[in-house]
Design a protein around this ligand. Structure first.
Ligand code: FMN
Length: 195
């Protein structure tokens, strides 16, 4: 990155609103690493942006929820995304899907999809299980690809999440290095593209 290039802005969130969420912990960690490596991350807790389950009649009657509009404004201010995706029954969570569904809807003649198109993202996951939520990563990649986001190939799935964190950090050197490599690659990609 040149001295004059602004640091890429990256919106970071997890697909869980749970207070003790491992994925929020991983997302917060990633935000810290993005900042240390020269990016400008913003961590958002989706628990602070509750929205009803998407329903076409609700949308027709009331438009987009205020929290969807607030998240859209944030999205517009950022160049890239880093998402920590929990796995429910081998899938992404309803919270993540519902949030993205609301965000992609048109509002006052503005396409929600436009907010995503051309953006770059990295994805990570954490689970108490042995696979670390890796099956959700294939699906979050598919979802993001469908809405025009390019997802970087590197990813991290933190298995046995109950034991994987030590004093707020990842206990494993290999996982710490992997997270750094992902963050670095996202920052470099965004900087190179000048987004
Ligand atoms: C409905 C449901 C289904 C789940 N299915 C899976 C699964 O398929 N694979 C997995 O690794 N963990 C599964 N889990 C366990 C979650 O990984 C675990 O609850 C995790 O802590 C959720 O992420 P969070 O800590 O970020 O909230 C499931 C949990 C729930 C509630």
């Amino acid at each position: 990155m040149t001295a004059s290039a602004p640091a890429p802005r990256i919106l970071v969130f997890a697909g869980s609103a749970r207070q003790g969420s491992f994925n929020k912990r991983l997302a917060r960690l990633a935000a810290g690493r993005l900042e240390a490596l020269g990016g400008q991350p913003t961590f958002v807790d989706l628990g602070d942006y509750p929205m009803p389950l998407y329903h076409g009649d609700l949308e027709a009657e009331q438009g987009l929820p205020d929290n969807a509009l607030a998240l859209r404004r944030l999205l517009a201010e950022h160049d890239g995304l880093l998402i920590a995706s929990p796995e429910y029954n081998g899938f992404i969570t309803p919270l993540l899907k519902n949030t993205i569904d609301w965000l992609t809807r048109p509002h006052q003649g503005e396409s929600g999809l436009k907010l995503f198109q051309g953006k770059y993202a990295a994805v990570v996951s954490a689970s108490p299980g042995g696979l670390g939520g890796i099956r959700s990563l294939a699906l979050v990649r598919q979802l993001l690809g469908n809405i025009g986001v390019t997802v970087l190939p590197d990813q991290l799935a933190v298995a046995k999440a109950g034991e994987a964190f030590d004093d707020g950090q990842l206990a494993s050197d290999a996982q710490r290095e992997k997270l750094d490599a992902i963050c670095q690659r996202l920052i470099e990609t965004l900087a190179r593209l000048g987004t």
